[in-house]
Write a protein that binds this ligand. Structure first.
Ligand code: XMP
Length: 529
């Protein structure tokens, strides 16, 4: 049994808990983060309530490599995301490991089959995490190794056939990895005649995207809905509202196509490329906090789910597993290795503001009053950004977001048309002009960073309404590395590439600054909204 992490505190009476008898039953239990705290609390240890918390990398010193830490030699990089901390292990437990700020980072009572870790072994940024889970699952629980995503293809196809029954599947294909793999699986399961696909041009796509999709999938129908999407988004600045509007517009457009093409006669259901992290972060599992609503989990879609009219073949897979399935299906490497691009597109990379405001000078830099989304202790935050005058030493960004409670993101000012103190956040909406400005910036980055892109997981380019009166926007560069999108590490690009990019971005009409995002996830999310 694994008791997972979560944003709760053991001292909150509404927090999830377990019957303490489970911990005496001899069944192997691994508590992760909140799970370790709950285990310590229920068994007579001591948990201290924290205010700020600790989010990001830490070095694990290993005192004893028993049980789950068997075969792992310290120090090890681990990923932390917590507020409360265990300060006294329960009677009979050994402390197996500690970090600089967390003296009880791993505990065990091996004879009772009980283990706990404060850090997250399940994320890619804890390199020894797989070994820890492997020790628990295979050595302690004695499970068999029988999971292989590529080996699941036949079963997934069976599921598609079972869900569809005698109905056909109608698909919206975005050109991204997930929907392409999901569509291909459905075509394999039911045959081309029974699976129709449409690509909706929302007007929020990258430069050249629609042409690329047309070239790759000649049989897809292309629907130009850009005027509808941009019209509905006019004047909206809240990220969650943007997602809801885009999600509902997708449903509207879909409804129109379903009606006009007679897909509503009960013989058709909707296919989607939803993957597992989309479900978790939308609060889709019983206990996960809502980080952001995924555009394919909005009300209209939820209704179709309730009616049993949705098939999501990839809903239990992570991105790296989807790529493994795509490879096994023989899809082109260039298609499989594409960076993920969010369904709501450039809309959630174009930040808006309903007010004007000046940056605030603090000792470390400037607090820029544009708010971006973060995830701290598995909970959503929406906070201003700290801008530094130059690149700090490694890991300083993590220390700053842990220390300065009001911010969840740290950027460096690479270039600005005027001193930062003279820049302003100005009132700005989601206009065609600003989307075009962002699209131009993104296209420049895609062209110049082509080789660098191959070395990283994703590289969002974000537009923020921060600049001078004649150049009111700034570009934020956000290259990150990740394995599954659940956690991410900000990556520094080579200086010469950064200079080259900055020179070209400076020349875009209306651009008054170039910033570089140094924040890991957590505490920031990959996207700014
Ligand atoms: P975050 O920003 O949550 O991003 O750290 C994790 C991954 O998910 C992508 N993302 C989205 N994809 N619809 C999507 O299809 C969305 O609303 C959405 N929001 C984030 C993001 O690009 C990253 O790969």
């Amino acid at each position: 049994m694994i008791i997972s992490g979560g944003p709760s505190s053991v001292y909150d009476p509404t927090s999830p808990t377990i019957d303490p008898a489970l911990l005496e039953s001899g069944v192997p239990v691994l508590g992760i983060c909140y799970g370790q705290q709950l285990m310590a609390y229920l068994l007579g240890g001591n948990v201290r309530k924290g205010d700020h918390g600790e989010y990001g990398f830490a070095q694990l010193e290993i005192r004893a490599n028993d049980g789950v830490l068997s075969g792992i030699v310290g120090p090890q990089q681990v990923w932390m995301s917590h507020r409360d901390t265990v300060v006294a292990a329960p009677p009979g437990f050994d402390v197996l490991g500690s970090t600089e700020t967390c003296s009880i980072a791993a505990i065990a009572a091996p004879k009772r089959n009980l283990f706990g870790v404060q850090f997250h072994p399940e994320v890619a940024h804890t390199p020894c995490g797989s070994a820890i889970l492997s020790n628990f699952v295979f050595d302690i629980c004695k499970c068999e190794r029988d999971w292989d995503p590529a080996g699941q293809i036949r079963q997934v196809e069976d599921q598609i056939r079972a869900t569809a029954g005698d109905r056909n599947i109608f698909f919206f294909v975005s050109g991204g990895v997930d929907s392409t793999v999901a569509y291909t699986l459905c075509v394999r399961a039911l045959g081309e005649d029974r699976v129709h696909g449409t690509y909706v041009d929302t007007g929020l796509m990258r430069e050249g995207e629609t042409d690329l999709v047309r070239a790759n999938f000649p049989s897809l129908r292309v629907e130009d809905a850009s005027a509808r999407f941009l019209g509905a988004l006019a004047g909206v600045s809240d990220p969650e509202k943007k997602r809801h509007i885009i999600g509902e517009k997708f449903v509207d457009v879909q409804q129109r196509i379903l009606e006009s093409e007679h897909y509503l006669d009960g013989h058709w259901i909707l296919g989607q490329g939803t993957i597992y992290p989309d479900t978790i972060e939308s609060g889709g599992t019983a206990k996960a906090d809502l980080i952001k609503t995924h555009h394919n989990r909005v009300a209209g879609i939820q209704k179709l789910i309730k009616q049993g009219r949705i098939v999501e073949p990839l809903a239990s897979f992570y991105k790296d597993e989807v790529r493994a399935i795509g490879r096994e299906l023989g899809l082109a490497q260039a298609l499989i290795e594409r960076h993920p691009f969010p369904g709501p597109g450039l809309a959630i990379r174009c930040l808006c503001s309903e007010t004007s405001a000046a940056p605030e000078r603090i000792e470390e830099g400037w607090i820029v009053p544009v708010r971006s989304v973060g995830v701290q202790g598995d909970e959503r935050t929406y906070r201003p950004v700290l801008a530094l005058p130059q690149f700090p030493s490694e890991d300083e960004a993590t220390r700053l977001t842990n220390r300065i409670a009001g911010v969840n993101r740290v950027v460096v000012a690479v270039w600005s048309a005027a001193p930062i103190a003279e820049l302003r956040v100005s009132t700005a909406g989601l206009t065609a002009e600003r989307i075009a400005r962002l699209r131009r910036a993104d296209a420049i980055v895609r062209r110049l960073a082509h080789d660098f892109d191959r070395t990283i997981w994703q590289f969002p380019v974000v537009l923020i309404p921060f600049g001078t009166s004649s150049k009111p926007d700034s570009v934020v560069l956000r290259p990150i590395d990740s394995v599954d999108g659940m956690t991410a590490r900000a990556i520094r690009m080579p200086d010469d590439l950064l200079h080259q990019l900055t020179r070209e971005l400076e020349s875009i009409e209306g651009i008054g600054g170039v910033f570089y995002d140094l924040t890991n996830k957590p505490p920031a999310t990959i996207e700014w909204e």
